[in-house]
Design a protein around this ligand. Structure first.
Ligand code: ZN
Length: 486
């Protein structure tokens, strides 16, 4: 691993630091796995991460942009300003024992990690501390900003951070995410999404005695749904939308005064998502008109499609090639094959080679809330190999490896590549300039503007009741020891 003799002193420092602190990185990832906190409830997770960063000498601002579990940790001053950001939320219903080859919940019905955002957090913190050490030891100028972004599974935080100016002075940003392979990419990678709830208000009445006196909010939801179903035939190729009814009234003998439906509007670009959302608003207005109800719209999230810069992808790829794929043991391959078999994925074990960078990636029909960052500043995305290939995220099979040696080795390799790529940009200001130039060519005449309304604040109550039920049961399984980095 990392035997290249051309490695400069800053980069050498971060590679060694991370290897030396492999135990602490593993412990941090395992602790966050044990917390298993879903979006907006990452209190233990954020406290542990910010505590470690603060002890490590970072200046920490907690609760940025109205996110109680969000943070910004800063080290250094002046140019260039390089940011790393990541998520650390789990999901409801994803409790899974580490290392088990069948579904085995830690706490039945509880939230948990079945994708690997726990490892994302460990990689970011490990890389951050390594970089700070290198900046001090080798007199590297510049500013390192570490962003903790809650509730990625609800595509929530980062558009707020960008809207609120947290990325205004950032020159380049990195995002590292768990995967079953070691790779990076460039181009437009994901889609844009607007998440909005349409709430209708009517008037109650006895449904059998005086239905003519009521104004039925549920009728409005149903009529909006019918309107949307008709509209689907005329949508642009590549766009789609999905919904759940979040409020359909209380009981059949009372005409519902309140009903609500929550929609996701997805499109290949932000303008397309906005257009879809605006048309849905017209359909909702029509439904309100037909039912004599009043309608309000609450935008829950609005993100641009994730894109990645080619110059930065090349820097990341160079470091993936330098660090190389971890060497997996036969037991690790065996666990991987057992999980692949259990979920019907190809039983190939763990990847033995890193993935080359061959050209721009195809756009996939999912979103990530770092999309806004990627249109504001040049951004790179690193996929690090800390989970098993071919398992399905948010299924128990994608949770089993997240606190095992597979995750530990993959996180160390991921932290090394992330820190090394940032170190390269700190060491050579020309790389930062080049990334900015190619970024501006890549985005052409697209002008980034946030899709979130200016006064919109995040809903801090998400998953609160869920955790009021489960946290007392989950607490018994929390890892108690705080990792020590040295
Ligand atoms: Zn994710």
């Amino acid at each position: 691993m990392a035997k290249d003799s051309n490695v400069g002193p800053g980069k050498r420092f971060v590679l060694d630091y991370i290897e030396r602190n492999a135990g602490a990185i593993a412990q941090l990832g395992d602790a966050i796995f044990s917390f298993g906190e879903p979006g907006m409830q990452e209190f233990e997770t954020a406290a542990l991460m910010t505590g470690i960063l603060e002890d490590g000498g970072f200046e920490v601002e907690r609760g940025i942009s109205g996110f109680p579990t969000g943070f910004l940790a800063t080290h250094g001053s002046g140019a260039p300003v390089i940011a790393i950001h990541c998520e650390y939320d789990g999901n409801p219903g994803n409790s899974q024992q580490s290392g088990a080859t069948e579904q085995s919940e830690i706490v039945p019905g509880a939230p948990g990690h079945c994708e690997g955002h726990n490892a994302n957090a460990a990689v970011m913190v490990g890389a951050a501390l390594a970089l700070k050490g290198a900046m001090e030891e080798h007199g590297i100028a510049g500013t390192l900003k570490i962003f903790g972004a809650p509730a990625e599974e609800l595509v929530l935080a980062r558009p707020y951070y960008v809207r609120d100016g947290h990325f205004d002075d950032v020159d380049a940003a990195f995002h590292a995410h768990i995967w079953g392979e070691f790779s990076t990419e460039y181009g437009v990678l994901q889609t844009s999404v607007i998440s909005a709830e349409f709430i209708f208000h009517g008037e109650t009445a006895h449904a059998a005695m005086y239905p003519w006196r009521g104004r039925d909010a549920l009728d409005a939801v149903i009529l909006m749904d019918t309107g949307m179903a008709q509209f689907r035939e005329h949508m642009q190729p590549g766009t789609n939308c999905q919904r759940v009814i979040t409020d359909g009234g209380e009981q059949p003998n009372v005409i519902p005064a309140r009903a609500a439906v929550w929609w996701y509007f997805r499109a290949p670009d932000a303008a397309g998502a906005r257009e879809l959302f605006e048309h849905a608003g017209k359909i909702a207005e029509g439904a309100a008109l037909m039912t004599k109800t009043e309608m309000e719209i609450e935008i829950k999230a609005a993100v641009w499609p994730v894109r990645a810069n080619q110059t930065m992808a090349e820097i990341v790829q160079h470091n993936i090639d330098l660090v190389g794929m971890p060497e997996w043991s036969e037991e690790e391959h065996e666990l991987a094959r057992a999980l692949q078999k259990a979920c019907g994925g190809e039983e190939e074990g763990l990847k033995r080679e890193v993935t080359p960078l061959t050209g721009p990636s195809a756009q996939i029909p999912a979103a990530n809330d770092c999309g806004d960052v990627s249109w504001k500043v040049p951004m790179a995305r690193l996929w690090f190999p800390a989970n098993v290939p071919n398992v399905a995220f948010h299924h128990w099979s994608a949770g089993s490896a997240l606190a095992t040696s597979i995750a530990h080795k993959g996180a160390v390799a991921g932290a090394q590549v992330l820190a090394a790529a940032v170190a390269d940009m700190f060491a050579d200001p020309k790389l930062v300039e080049r990334a900015k130039e190619t970024f501006s060519q890549e985005i052409g005449d697209v002008v980034y503007e946030p899709m979130l309304p200016p006064a919109q604040r995040p809903d801090t109550g998400i998953n609160r009741e869920l955790m009021a039920t489960y946290r007392p049961l989950m607490e018994k399984h929390y890892a108690k020891d705080k990792p020590t980095f040295a």
